[in-house]
Design a protein around this ligand. Structure first.
Ligand code: BES
Ligand code: ZN
Ligand code: ZN
Length: 500
């Protein structure tokens, strides 16, 4: 879908669907809504009077213009209470416009910027949110069916933001630009996560990263299996060795602030398929484990976006990619494994593989000069049990970073909820034969135990850990997301990096 700003009156604009709005409780429309109402002979006012249009949140009323204006249809979207409208509200309104467009097969859609100037939303941020909601809602995974028939293959082709005053239209453009870059990053991450694991192998994603990095001019290096082993990343290697697909480590660097020596290290879990290994998962829903590289995909696409946005900070991404499979060479429960840090790990479950690939990636990021760390991982089913698909878990050793990431989550609508890393939990994963067990048998506080495992390798470097097991992939439609990958937390990462 192409997105642009045009300077035009909404009343005279030729397209398949135009979107105007109403705040809850407003009886007499103003602005663009008033102009359209007038052109339609007061029809919108009539519907308001009859109580058919109330302006309530997520209400969308479709009207056929019957040739009274060039646009074929009008949708009046409810904005809810004026003082409550925020960026997330605008994204959801935008999504409801796109859903309406898909419903009536409107290829060209035009909209005003909704509610800008109310509830502390600036026009430029309002435009960004409008674009994000539209692009995120329009995305769907095409898949590989030979016969591409049915509603899900319909695509809205153009989304035009209309502003009649040329000066105001110019002001909206940076927001539209940013919204487009950010949403493209999210949708590219979703595409990688939705794609099957027989396509998105470590080798595939390494090549993809090299090509993408080249396009935007960021430094990219790939370590292959012999180099990974030679460097001593035994924990990472141990997960990968049960698969015929060779592991890869992708390293990306964006040097946006040449004067600073601070480097933020982004580490993403890139398990391209998690069968559980010898501690094999039940076959029911095992296919969903093609999404176990969502953390790495999010970090990768966030890097591409910050390069496009020319963000003024230094960011290093370390992305370990491997497949977790059972095989004659696979790691076994009871094995004791070394790591790049020198610390040893006793394997209790080969299904707790994410933290093992993160362990070496964290150590390597520190060796490469990272002074702060963020890791993103589909780490624990327990995080999903606690928070569902509505919030990601956040843990860490640095309150400033935790608060900054929470703020980013508030702004982007990608909610995070903090879980504790209590000292007492460390008792649970004490090993008789190694520095740590990779998990416990009892399954208590599993999300926190996963976080504490990563912390052992982070040591005292300021760090946050984002567990996206519940939020990376939805089994139902929610807001501007269809069923499938969400690309969470690409937008929060970009926002966080732009502000710390
Ligand atoms: N990839 C899974 C976690 C997961 C579960 C992601 C559901 C997305 C949806 C991870 O590798 C895993 O298997 N974790 C185990 C840890 C346990 C063995 C301590 C889990 O959560 O059961
Ligand atoms: Zn696992
Ligand atoms: Zn996993």
């Amino acid at each position: 879908m192409k997105v642009r700003v045009e300077t035009s009156s909404i009343v005279t604009y030729q397209c398949d669907l135009i979107a105007v709005n109403l705040f809850e409780g407003v009886k007499v429309p103003t602005g663009a809504t008033k102009a359209v109402d007038k052109a339609l002979g007061g029809y919108i006012s009539k519907l308001i009077k009859n109580g058919e249009i109330t302006g309530k949140k997520e209400e969308a009323t479709l009207i056929d213009t019957q040739g009274k204006i060039p646009a074929k249809r009008v949708v009046v979207v409810g904005l809810g209470k004026k003082e409550e409208l925020d960026l997330e509200g605008i994204r959801r309104v935008s999504a409801s416009i796109i859903k309406t467009a898909k419903h009536v097969k409107a290829k060209k859609v035009a909209s005003v910027v909704h509610g800008a100037g109310s509830g502390g939303v600036s026009p430029v941020e309002g435009a960004q949110a409008l674009v994000e909601g539209a692009l995120l809602a329009e995305y769907h995974f095409e898949g590989y069916a030979k016969v591409k028939e049915g509603d899900r293959f319909f695509r809205v082709e153009q989304f035009v933001i209309l502003e009649i005053a040329p000066e105001k239209a110019r002001q909206l453009k940076p927001g539209v630009e940013k919204g487009s870059i950010v949403s493209e990053a999210v949708n590219n991450a979703r595409e990688l996560v939705n794609a099957p694991a027989n396509l998105v192998t470590p080798n595939y994603i390494a090549r993809y990263s090299v090509a993408k990095a080249k396009e935007v001019g960021i430094h990219c290096k790939v370590l292959d299996a012999p180099q990974i082993k030679e460097k001593g990343m035994l924990s990472f290697y141990s997960v990968a060795k049960g698969s015929d697909e060779k592991e890869k480590m992708v390293i990306l660097r964006w040097n946006g602030d040449k004067k600073s020596k601070e480097w933020l290290g982004l580490i993403g879990k890139g398990v391209t398929f998690d069968s559980g290994g010898i501690s094999i998962k039940p076959s029911n829903k095992m296919w969903e484990m093609k999404t176990d590289m969502a953390g790495a995909a999010a970090c990768l696409e966030a890097m591409i976006a910050i390069a496009k946005l020319k963000v003024k900070s230094n960011v290093l991404a370390v992305l370990p990619f491997a497949e977790n499979m059972p095989d004659g060479r696979a790691q076994k429960p009871g094995d004791v494994i070394g790591s790049l840090s020198g610390k040893t790990i006793e394997i209790i479950s080969t299904d707790a593989e994410g933290r093992m690939v993160l362990a070496d990636a964290v150590t390597y990021a520190k060796q490469l000069g990272a002074t702060k760390l963020v890791d993103v991982a589909t780490l624990t089913g327990a995080c999903t049990v606690a928070l569902g698909d509505v919030a990601s878990g956040i843990m860490g050793n640095d309150d400033y970073m935790i608060e900054a990431f929470k703020r980013a989550g508030e702004k982007t609508g990608e909610r995070v909820w903090q879980l504790p890393l209590y000292e007492e939990y460390k008792e649970y994963s004490k090993s008789d034969v190694a520095d740590i067990k990779n998990c416990t048998e009892m399954g208590k506080a599993s999300a926190s135990i996963g976080g504490l495992f990563v912390q052992l390798f982070v040591e005292n470097t300021p760090w946050i850990h984002i567990d996206i097991a519940g939020t990376a992939y939805l089994d139902r439609e929610r807001g501007y997301y269809l069923r499938g990958a969400t690309g969470i937390p690409v937008r929060s990462l970009i926002e966080f990096i732009s502000n710390v």
